[in-house]
Every structure is written in C-alpha cells, then in structure tokens.
Design a protein around this ligand. Structure first.
Ligand SMILES: [Zn+2]
Length: 103
C-alpha cells in the first residue's frame, strides 16, 4: 500500500470532520446547525455551473456544504464521507444564489 505524507492525512481528517471545535449556531442566520454526512469528492473538479466566490459564500451562506472537495490524490483508505455542519437557511440562500446565477 502506498504511503502518503502525514500532512495529507491530517488535512483529510480535518475535512472529514468539520464539526469539531466550531460553533453550533449559524453566525449569519442565528439558527442551530445540524450535523450531516456528505460525500468527499476526490479528483480534479470541473465546475459545471457558476459558483459563488468563497468570500460571498463565507458572508452569506457559510454552512451550506453538500459535499467536500478532498483534493486530487485518491487512496483506498481515504475517508469517503465527511461530517459537516449545515444551516437550513444557508442551504436555502445557496439554492437561491444558484437560481439567480444560471449559466
Ligand atoms: Zn445560515
């Protein structure tokens, strides 16, 4: 089995559980966050639609992750699922953004 740098593993572990050490209330909408399990997506990602800029995402819907970009390296033992925090209002705002920004 291939060995990979410890830093890659540490980064993946951090991505795989984004519920530790954070808040449990959305700072934008002031509603309770829920823990959800989402896919970790590996490989080169090609956007198929316009995506909000990271700063806009952080400002308006910081807790709307439906999947996690895990990087280009793929390994058998890499985590497949990530625990993330979601805010129902962030998810609604994110969907509204996508609807307002079609291709
Ligand atoms: Zn929110």
């Amino acid at each position: 089995m291939a060995r990979f740098p410890r830093e890659v593993r540490a980064t993946l572990d951090r991505l795989a559980d984004q519920t530790v050490g954070g808040t449990n209330v959305c700072p934008v909408h002031h509603v309770a966050l829920s823990t959800q399990s989402v896919d970790m997506v590996y490989g080169l990602l090609r956007p198929t639609r316009p995506e909000p800029m990271p700063d806009l995402r952080a400002r308006e819907f910081p807790y709307a992750a439906k999947w996690v970009a895990a990087g280009c390296m793929v390994g058998e033992s890499y985590p497949k699922k990530a625990k993330v925090l979601q805010c129902v209002k962030c998810l609604i705002d994110q969907e509204a953004w996508y609807v307002a920004h079609p291709k």
